[in-house]
Write a protein that binds this ligand. Structure first.
Ligand code: ZN
Length: 96
């Protein structure tokens, strides 16, 4: 899975110091959506596995940084997912 870093993409656009074109805006949007989609997919997968195994807390391999530092917690009666990665600067984070 290729994950586009939206921060890198935005930094590259800003570094040119040119006005934002429509193509830039579209690229930013696509990078954001890809990043968001990857996080959402990982979150839903983690939640499904945790519910299946009856876990309230879990640790898993982070699909973004590749380390075993992804943490998940199911909170409240409705199993709201909190997911975050302990690797410094890894943007993987989600609250449902
Ligand atoms: Zn990570």
């Amino acid at each position: 899975m290729t994950v586009i870093s939206i921060k890198d993409r935005i930094d590259a656009i800003r570094a040119r110091q040119a006005p934002l074109t429509q193509a830039d805006a579209r690229a930013e949007h696509e990078a954001f959506m890809a990043s968001f989609g990857a996080t959402l997919t990982a979150g839903l997968k983690l939640k499904r596995v945790m519910q299946k195994r009856g876990l309230r807390r879990a640790r898993a391999k982070c699909p973004r940084c590749g380390f075993e530092t992804l943490q998940g917690a199911l909170v409240g009666r409705r199993d709201h997912l909190r997911m975050w990665c302990d690797t410094p600067d890894c943007p993987m984070e989600m609250m449902e």
